[in-house]
Design a protein around this ligand. Structure first.
Ligand code: ATP
Ligand code: MG
Length: 603
């Protein structure tokens, strides 16, 4: 492609809405353009990158026995109602774009395809002889994200490869899951990315294994906790650890003390000269279930620890049947406005005790009349602890469970693991923290969808059984941007060779020099013929502008037809190392071919 003919425009300034380097660079270098919130046009250079990533994904999926297909993006609501996910995905903070067609039928734009593929399996899979099956597609997904940002990282329209497996039993599912683990590792390695596979939250489905593939980068939205011995790595949402030991309490007598102005743990500790590990802190949450019932949840946890909202949501989902519901739609710490809707009088915030009275909740439809009281293991173990006195400006000290306070019936583990904690597998290993971008997620779903939607098969004994399922996603567009986030310098993007839009760019410093032009044209043609994907910068621009643009767009090799021509040579610059060398014109094609092959084989 000739740059003089390409729709190519680079920008000197960073776009105002771009916060992270990869987003700034992709816009400035003319790869993407914002059309609306979380909606981008992939311009010709970007589309080439996306196709390269897709091709790597396709090759690895095919090698693992995957069959490519294309499923509809417009999905009837009925399917989502069958699986029970319509409400979760459309109500409260639901992320599905839902619409009505001219017949007043509800439809949705696919955020994911479990429902569609399960409906197909229900119709087409009859017998164990047809199993296992692995289907995948590479396609645009739609999600009405709460906070679209960072360009392609969190779009409302983005490209995903999603795959779904159907298996006869756990063993077969485990095998497919392992195959996908290998395929995903290959995809990321071949795309030139530094990554880590980590244990991930599986939601409240329970028991099922799930791993995320994280591209390590400071701008990552996820926090990963890992140990140096390589034995443990998990998303902080899922991570477990040993809490620090609690210090023995100095308060052996139960009493109520005046503790003015001590709404925070830090202030109480200062005032009472005690350790946060001696305090039972009571954190108030409000959750809403899919049947519209709201429940006020009081979580008692040790003062030095924090609640992990994902773990709490999983516990609440398990408790949903108690409230005649199936799932959690919303979970938040209620602000003053939210409290105003149910509190009969103002709460002693900062001084709440585990037994705060249920009369704080006004009797009202859709609000459970009692607090749901949960105690985290860290708090359940404490003796002679300090906690609120249910009265502003007062705490109690020397308290014990089942003496002054009834131990809540439900003990949970909702503590957030933190860097610096000891690891469970080996307490000598201390958890470290890193930031990651989730580019892939593999998941053993089990029978959640097949049971809900009646997708069964007949086993060897002639019995009807629900299909076991797995699902496996790669964010193709997010992965492409993550590669930039991991590889750039002050001059621009540095693409890994395997996913660069072009391998090489031939730059003509002076288009008025006939010899410059002639050699450049010849190299451009020969390189492309030899399979080295090459751009020609034949624009009528100053050499400096052309060099700057070539660096900005991040093409791995730049060939300059300049002064060296006098010696029968051209200058070849590697973008990554900025190393420059003069190579005989006749050798350029074979040398570049060799470099590209050798770089790709090490990726
Ligand atoms: P996240 O936690 O980042 O919202 P998710 O867990 O909801 O993602 P999955 O449903 O597991 O995402 O989707 C599979 C993959 O699709 C993710 O691993 C990610 O790479 C990609 N992806 C998900 N949401 C987006 C988005 N809004 N924009 C771009 N890529 C996305
Ligand atoms: Mg995920």
């Amino acid at each position: 492609m000739r740059l003089s003919q390409m729709l190519f425009l680079t920008l000197r300034d960073d776009p105002a809405d771009a916060e992270i380097p990869s987003h700034k660079l992709l816009v400035r270098a003319g790869y993407i353009r914002r059309i609306g919130s979380g909606v981008y046009a992939y311009l010709p250079l970007m589309w080439r990158v996306l196709q390269k990533v897709s091709q790597i994904v396709r090759e690895e999926m095919n090698a693992a026995g995957g069959q490519e297909c294309l499923l509809p993006q417009l999905q009837p609501a009925d399917l989502w109602k069958e699986s029970g996910r319509w409400d979760t995905y459309t109500k409260a903070e639901g992320i599905m774009f839902a619409l009505k067609d001219r017949r007043d039928q509800e439809q949705a734009l696919g955020p994911t395809h479990e429902e569609v593929i399960t409906a197909i399996a229900r119709d087409m899979i009859r017998s164990y002889r047809q199993l296992p099956q692995l289907l995948y597609q590479i396609q645009t997904k739609f999600r009405d994200e709460i906070r679209p940002r960072f360009g392609l990282m969190r779009g409302r329209e983005f490209i995903m490869k999603d795959a779904y497996s159907f298996n006869v039993d756990e063993e077969s599912l485990e095998k497919t899951y392992q195959d996908m683990h290998i395929a995903y590792s290959n995809i990321l390695r071949r795309s030139g990315l530094a990554f880590r596979a980590v244990q991930a939250d599986s939601g409240a489905i329970g028991g099922s294994a799930s791993q995320e593939f994280m591209v390590l980068a400071e701008a990552g939205e996820d926090e990963v906790l890992y140990t140096e011995d390589g034995q443990y790595a998990a998303n902080v949402e899922k991570a477990v650890s040993l809490p620090p030991d609690a210090q023995p309490s100095a308060f052996t007598n139960y009493e109520k003390l005046q503790t003015p102005g001590t709404e925070t743990i830090e202030k109480v500790c200062d005032f009472l000269k005690c350790s946060p590990t001696q305090i039972v802190k009571n954190v108030l949450y409000q959750t809403t279930f899919d049947n519209g019932t709201s429940v006020l949840v009081l979580v008692s946890i040790r003062g030095d620890q924090e609640v992990n909202d994902v773990k709490l949501q999983n516990e609440l989902t398990k408790l949903a049947p108690k409230y005649g519901a199936k799932t959690v739609i919303q979970l938040a710490v209620p602000d003053a406005e939210a409290q105003g809707k149910w509190a009969s009088q103002s709460l002693p915030l900062g001084y709440i005790a585990p037994d705060v009275a249920d009369d704080y909740i006004k009797s009202q439809k859709d609000i459970a009349p009692r607090f749901l009281r949960l105690v985290d293991k860290t708090a359940a173990d404490l003796k002679n602890f300090v906690t609120g006195a249910n009265e502003s400006g007062y705490h109690v000290v020397g308290a014990n469970w089942n003496e002054q306070f009834k131990l809540p019936e439900i003990t949970v583990d909702v503590r957030k693991a933190r860097p610096g904690d000891r690891s469970l597998h080996n307490p000598d290993q201390i958890l470290q923290s890193a930031r990651g971008i989730e580019v892939g997620h593999i998941f053993q779903l089990g029978t959640k969808y097949s049971i809900a939607m009646g997708a069964t098969y007949t086993n060897e004994q002639g019995e009807e059984k629900p299909l076991l399922m797995g699902c496996y996603g790669v964010g193709v567009s997010r992965l492409a941007q993550a590669a930039v986030e991991q590889s750039y310098d002050s001059d621009g993007i540095i693409w890994p060779v395997s996913i660069a839009p072009y391998h090489a760019i031939v730059t003509i410093p002076n288009i008025n020099d006939a010899q410059n032009v002639e050699i450049a044209e010849k190299l451009y043609t020969q390189l492309n013929q030899a399979g080295v994907e090459t751009l020609l910068d034949d624009r009528n621009e100053r050499a400096g502008v052309k060099f700057k643009d070539a660096d900005l767009i991040g093409i791995p090799y730049r060939i300059v037809t300049g002064r060296a021509i006098a010696n029968g040579k051209v200058e070849v610059v590697e973008r990554k190392s900025r190393k420059s060398q003069e190579i005989a014109i006749a050798d350029v094609v074979s040398i570049l071919k060799q470099w590209i092959q050798s770089v790709q084989s090490t990726q």
